[in-house]
Design a protein around this ligand. Structure first.
Ligand code: NAG
Ligand code: NAG
Ligand code: NAG
Ligand code: NAG
Ligand code: NAG
Ligand code: NAG
Ligand code: NAG
Ligand code: CU
Length: 633
């Protein structure tokens, strides 16, 4: 088949698909018979980096091929195989079954799965989860590599020996001309050099096919034979509207970049960093790793409407079946590791579980020694991993990330990557971390080097305080997570959105940033408040460029934001008046970021000062400083 024949008819695709599934089921069954407990070990052997998915494509073609073919074969394993894609994905939420024989707690009825959310266990649990996925994925990679003809086998096995799961960096700038959501994730089919030559296959990163979806519990997921993003109907024949996902990620990436950078540079306490339910408004961690991660979920699956369900990624119970989940969570784990490097002493804390998971009863105390069920440390099945035990990702699970493997891994080296990838003057593209392309000094002033007639009339730098610190504005959002019986969205706009159709909001030109609130229907803790934060500074800087805002001093910024800052809430494709949601609140804060002395450190932010005037008397807006007290760093 020719390389250019990427788009085939659907029937041709499915026949190629059916024809091309390697028969690995028997091998999987053997593993299952040998040990009834699947231990979580990561990939045995030396430490190798998990690569950005586009870097793997461009720089490691053999690994790329193995990744794709192994994802396909892994997904095609029997649904009854504990080491196959289906059962591992099923740990997260539905189907409602035990994994590794780890049973439900006696009061945990009605819950979907093992994954802890709104929980201090969120980062380490998902770290262990990825290690399990990665090791079973690697077993399939080895089988695929061994299936190549002798002339290619050594090369493919060499590539397999250093492969790790790739990550998708949804926050850093993609290469010029490329979309944020990589085509290699959204294309329906692709061509790879398989063991029998070049072959076109259904892209295993685009969707997962179920042999039987009926155990997915929720409708219409029990009828959909494959995973969907922005489904166009609830019918069995529904298809993804991948262009909607592409456009949505394109419109929110820059804000995600700012959210990630703010998290790295302002949040230095593990509890609040780790999850969105830690009462974040009282600390400098107004956002969290989990909070940012939620927005990727809801943006990948789509918002749903009053007549059509959202896709699998939008719901915790079904998310892990969409292959994009694994690329996304790999990046979440990487951000966790990068954050660890910047805050080496920040580790630990305890939290009361706000709701049940499959094994954790609401109200129980969770900490760094809590068991990360169902991830056994070895096949004796006597002990689960804990957060403390997976703190060192590389020595524990034998992987790392390019930022660490391409540098000395020190706090300073990693800070320079963070500045280059996510800072306000970021110059690096997603995945670039070669020594050769390494950290150039961050040019703090680059951002204002653009000509602007309005600026010449003004003395000094419109973006900086007299002491040289950059003005910062953020909108903090408190969103009761389970108030609307399902996932919902908060959107902040600069000016009113162009349309009042909630389906248009994520791609609206006036959008500053979104917050996705990830939830499941019928979760009952209506008072659990998820915290999120949308940085406003970039949008305001653009307004300074075009002359609609004089400068970023509070004197100019407060009236500007009072006039222009708008927000909307949408659930199930329907606009919701935020004033009708108990405990919902948006509050704007000002801070300043002292520029780092060099590229090897992150900016230091001053206290966050509430600017209640901006939101006062608006539906859902903070009216007093009672909830929006000064956040001290
Ligand atoms: C969304 O709307 C659909 C169709 O009206 C309905 O079946 C479903 O229960 C709604 N979901 C939520 C979370 O309100
Ligand atoms: C710089 O000035 C701003 C505004 O006057 C102030 O809030 C901030 O604390 C100052 N930063 C430093 C490092 O002195
Ligand atoms: C919540 O949504 C689910 C499914 O979408 C529906 O079955 C249930 O009736 C809803 N509950 C409430 C309280 O609206
Ligand atoms: C200036 O840019 C801001 C932010 O993009 C936009 O809201 C505003 O309409 C623009 N104004 C003019 C005069 O172009
Ligand atoms: C705001 O403060 C009031 C009074 O302290 C409290 O009852 C309410 O729950 C708070 N709202 C939020 C969103 O935290
Ligand atoms: C909000 O309304 C109160 C009462 O009418 C008024 O005193 C206050 O000035 C208003 N705030 C803003 C920012 O308009
Ligand atoms: C603040 O007051 C306005 C007007 O009374 C109301 O619409 C809004 O919901 C209030 N904000 C909060 C967070 O309660
Ligand atoms: Cu999860």
């Amino acid at each position: 088949m020719r390389l250019t024949s990427l788009v085939l008819s659907l029937s041709a695709l499915s026949s190629v698909f059916a024809l091309y599934i390697p028969s690995l089921d028997e091998a999987g069954d053997e593993i299952e018979k040998r040990a009834s407990v699947v231990a979580t070990t990561g990939i045995a052997g030396a430490v190798y980096p998990r690569l950005e998915v586009r870097q793997m494509l461009f720089n490691k073609p053999n690994q790329w091929t193995l990744f794709i073919l192994a994802m396909q074969a892994f997904q095609a394993k029997s649904q009854s195989d504990a080491t196959g894609f289906y059962q591992i994905a099923g740990i997260h939420g539905v189907p409602h079954v035990n994994y590794n024989g780890v049973g439900q707690c006696s009061t945990c009825g009605g819950t979907d799965g093992y994954c802890p959310h709104d929980s201090i266990l969120f980062p380490a649990w998902h770290r262990s989860y990825l290690a399990l996925f990665e090791q079973q994925f690697k077993a399939v990679v080895d089988q695929v590599a061994a299936s190549y003809p002798a002339s290619q086998r050594a090369a493919m096995q060499g590539a397999a020996s250093t492969i790790r799961l790739p990550y998708w960096d949804w926050a850093a700038h993609p290469m010029d001309g490329y979309p944020t959501l990589p085509r290699i994730v959204s294309d329906r089919s692709m061509t790879v050099n398989g063991p029998t030559g070049q072959v076109s296959i259904v892209n295993p990163l685009f969707r997962h096919y179920f042999s039987d979806p009926s155990a997915l519990y929720y409708s219409p997921f029990v009828n959909w034979k494959y995973t969907l993003r922005y489904p166009n109907s609830n019918a069995n024949s529904a298809s993804s509207q991948e262009q909607s996902a592409i456009s949505a990620f394109e419109n929110i990436r820059a804000n995600l970049q700012d959210q990630v950078y703010q998290l790295f540079s302002t949040c230095s306490d593990y509890l609040h960093f780790s999850n969105d339910d830690a009462g974040s408004s009282s600390t400098s961690c107004s956002n969290s790793l989990e909070g940012i991660h939620n927005t990727i979920h809801t943006t990948a699956g789509g918002p749903g409407s009053s007549t059509v369900s959202a896709g699998h990624m939008t719901y915790l119970a079904t998310a892990a079946f969409d292959p994009i989940f694994w690329l996304h969570h790999c990046n979440v784990d990487r951000l966790f590791a990068l954050w660890q490097s910047q805050h080496p002493g920040a580790w630990g804390g305890t939290q009361t579980a706000p709701h049940n998971t499959w094994t954790v009863a609401a109200g129980s105390s969770q900490g760094m020694d809590s068991p990360l069920t169902p991830f056994y440390k070895d096949t004796s099945g006597s002990a689960f991993w804990t957060s403390n035990q997976v703190r060192q990702w590389d020595t524990t699970f034998h992987y790392t990330y390019p930022e660490f493997s391409n540098s000395d891994g020190s706090q300073k080296s990693i800070a320079s990557y963070i500045n280059k990838l996510y800072g306000p003057s970021a110059t690096a593209t997603a995945g670039s971390s070669k020594r050769s392309a390494a950290p150039e000094p961050v040019v703090a002033n680059e951002v204002i080097a653009r000509p602007n007639p309005a600026l010449s009339k003004r003395q000094g730098d419109p973006l900086k305080a007299a002491n040289g610190s950059l003005f910062q504005y953020i909108a903090n959002i408190q969103a009761p997570r389970y108030a609307l019986n399902g996932s919902y969205y908060v959107y902040l706009f600069q000016g009113e959105p162009g349309s009042e159709d909630p389906m248009e909001w994520i791609t609206d030109e006036a959008l500053i940033g979104p917050m996705g609130v990830l939830a499941q229907p019928d979760m009952t803790d209506k008072n659990l408040v998820a915290a999120g934060s949308v940085p406003l500074t970039r949008a305001m800087t653009n307004a300074v460029y075009n002359g609609s805002l004089f400068d970023l001093t509070e004197d100019s910024a407060v009236p500007y934001l009072k006039d222009t800052l708008a927000w909307r809430v949408a659930s199930n494709g329907t606009a919701i008046d935020p004033g009708t949601i108990d405990n919902f609140e948006i509050a704007v804060f000002a801070s300043t970021a002292q520029l780092p002395p060099d590229e090897y450190s992150l900016p230091a932010w001053s206290d966050f000062i509430p600017l209640v005037e901006i939101t006062q008397n608006k539906s859902g807006g903070a009216n007093t400083t009672a909830n929006a007290t000064t956040i001290t760093r």
